[in-house]
Design a binder for this molecule. Structure first.
Ligand code: ATP
Length: 217
């Protein structure tokens, strides 16, 4: 039997979802041969202050953004829970649903990866998934920029061959180059607030949704 194609998981606040997220998902899906990428908008985020859109609105924006791409799937579980979700909890649920052999890749940008040691029981994430890091403008993945514990994991777990990820359910770390897009949700919200247009940084359907629902103003 040929090895199973990995499933990609992309969590985020998506406040709002933008082309940085969509290119990350598309390019990593191609590079790693992912069977699907699950977008999982967070419920109440742990790592930052209150976002501008409601969890339901962030989820609807993701749904609009990924419509038409059969490989992209919206996963509503964190928004539907009324408590802030831990990534570890979400991954263990997914692991139960997908079985113990299915390779799972948690996709993160470089900024999120560098912050990993602040996540709840982060080292246990490797028992459940691989972590694939996409470069992001403004964030260096040089090991000297990493917290010591993270550097240690990177030293032990780094793979450079996508086939390594297909052959096992989790436990590896891989860094991937993607088209660098210096787009952030923070900058988009800031532009809207000063009445500048963020057009071409995010899908038109998402921008229309923001206008109609008067979000971020
Ligand atoms: P904010 O500016 O509100 O913090 P964000 O634009 O960083 O938001 P998130 O929803 O926090 O978006 O990001 C979800 C995931 O996507 C994270 O792993 C993040 O690192 C990654 N990501 C977001 N934007 C980019 C980008 N332009 N390039 C690479 N990765 C990105």
């Amino acid at each position: 039997m040929s090895p199973a194609r990995p499933v990609g998981i992309l969590g985020g606040t998506f406040d709002p979802v933008h082309f940085g997220h969509l290119r990350l998902a598309e390019e990593l899906a191609q590079q790693l041969g992912l069977s699907e990428v699950r977008f999982i908008p967070s419920g109440k985020p742990w790592h930052r202050g209150a976002p501008g859109a409601t969890p339901m609105q962030r989820m609807e924006m993701v749904s609009l953004a990924i419509a038409g791409n059969p490989r992209f799937v919206l996963d509503e579980r964190e928004v539907r829970k009324n408590s802030p979700g831990y990534t570890l909890e979400t991954l263990s649920e997914l692991r139960q649903e997908m079985g113990s052999e299915q390779p799972v890749c948690l996709l993160v940008g470089a900024d999120a990866f560098l912050g990993l040691p602040s996540w709840h029981r982060w080292r246990e994430l490797f028992e459940l998934a691989h972590i694939v890091v996409a470069y992001r403008p403004g964030f260096s993945l040089l090991q000297e920029r990493m917290d010591e514990a993270l550097r240690e994991e990177v030293g032990q777990r780094t793979s450079t061959d996508p086939n390594d990820l297909q052959g096992r359910p989790g436990g590896r770390i891989m860094a991937c180059q993607i088209t660098p897009l210096d787009i952030s949700a923070t900058a988009i919200r800031a532009q809207i607030q000063v009445e500048k247009s963020p057009r071409y940084l995010l899908p038109e359907a998402v921008l229309d949704y923001i206008r109609v629902n008067q979000i971020y103003i």
